[in-house]
Design a protein around this ligand. Sequence first.
Ligand SMILES: Cc1ncc(COP(=O)(O)O)c(C=O)c1O
Length: 357
Amino acid sequence: MMMSETITIPVTQNPNTNYQNIDIYNCPFGKIHTDHMLICDYKDGAWQMPKIVPFKNFEMSPFSRVFHYGQAIFEGMKAYKDEQDAVWLFRPHDNFTRFNSSAKRMAIPELPEEYFMEGVRKLVATEKNWIPKGFGNSLYIRPFIIATEQGILAAPSSDYRFAVIVAPANAYYYNDVNVVVAERYSRAANGGVGAAKVAGNYGAQFYPTQLAIKEGYQQIIWTDDIEHKYLEESGTMNVFFRINDTLITAPTSDRILDGVTRKSVLKIAENLERMNVEVRPITIDELKAAHEDGSLKEIFGTGTAAVITPIASFSHENKAYKLNKQADSFAVKLKQDLLNIQYNITKDTFGWRKKVL
Ligand SMILES: Cc1ncc(COP(=O)(O)O)c(C=O)c1O
């Protein structure tokens, strides 16, 4: 489906475009900015008209509330270019609704729908030359809001900036990912902000993840904060377990992000005859028992950045449990089906693809 222009967002062209000088097929993730960005400020109790302007640094007071209280939210999305050079977004409205629920949780004023949807669409259209083609290549889209009011008082800001920046992203392939199941640290707690894309959620993961990396793991499987028993997310991804032919993932909650990839994988799997799907809590004890009796076939993470990341082993209470490679891997099949929809290779029976231009 073609996305329509709902409001007219003005574009100030960058006279010094840089895309001719950049090899968009060889970009370190999130390091190369494009020529333009979208900005939209909240002041005097209202979101002002968004505009697309040449990319440049923000000028902010060191008193800005975001620096002191972390009142900041973000989203992560991608634009895909197909073989005919058409450009597509994948379920962008889901990112918009999640963005506003993150805003609400952080006492940030919610954004009008067309500012987000048309803002993202028009910025992607403006930067179409920056989108690398081919499976796994994309334009990564980062919408975010920061609290800009000057003031050291611990209270919600009265001023904000909504911005969207984009960056060419290339396919990246992981070696096998080995994970450790969290026994001490937690990503989220009931009543907290785990279900929102709040900047501080991610900063708080860095230290436990550093410890895990030092011990030779690439990621942590996060568990519930009370008993460290329920398996909830993997790094910054939702997590799926395949026991025999059943895919199991935890229900969303205060502690689990409602991932767009997660719900897409669930939908695709439900429609495939060979896969059963169960959305229910799953414990480390059940996982270890399934490993022991041979019914645990696969574990994988899902998220916009890496789509589906297979997990080769998990470790708990200092014991490693290795998984054998499956000839009929669900992770491989689901990834292929999802990419085929995202890159306009197969029919989009779910109505997820939105055409930018
Ligand atoms: C904590 C967390 N879980 C899951 C996901 C996956 O969400 P999505 O599939 O919408 O990218 C992300 C990434 O955004 C995340 O940060």
